[in-house]
Design a protein around this ligand. Sequence first.
Ligand code: 5GP
Length: 127
Amino acid sequence: MAYTYDDQNIFAKILRGEIPNTTVLETDHSLAFRDIQAQAPEHVLVIPKGPYVTYDHFANTASDAEIVDYTRAIGKICDMLGVSADDGAGYRMISNAGEHGVQEVPHLHVHILAGRNIGRMIARAAD
Ligand code: 5GP
């Protein structure tokens, strides 16, 4: 499968500093910032700095260094937000991909949602 990365997507513009963001954490290969339309008291997006469209694109083609950095960044964000289910109230992590995943921005991101009960994993689609 050949992925096509659109470097005009909004997160690419954020990474280039063309659009402001509320940064929570920046590492060598990753950036975490607050979602502009928060759907929970805590709603943070974590993105790799590299041009990856979806999680599978990243998982299949990113370097080990990028994957380790990104995974550790997600762990650090959970610590910083105090939402780890170990000593906090927990969170929901979501990564939407493609048409059926209803992905709006074609640059890999995970949503970390916390601060309230997020409800069931998915709504049952109407028949
Ligand atoms: P998706 O549906 O692709 O998983 O989610 C994209 C997310 O990006 C949405 O939750 C939306 O609110 C967020 N978003 C879209 N544009 C911007 C922006 O310019 N800044 C920030 N911080 N978030 C954005």
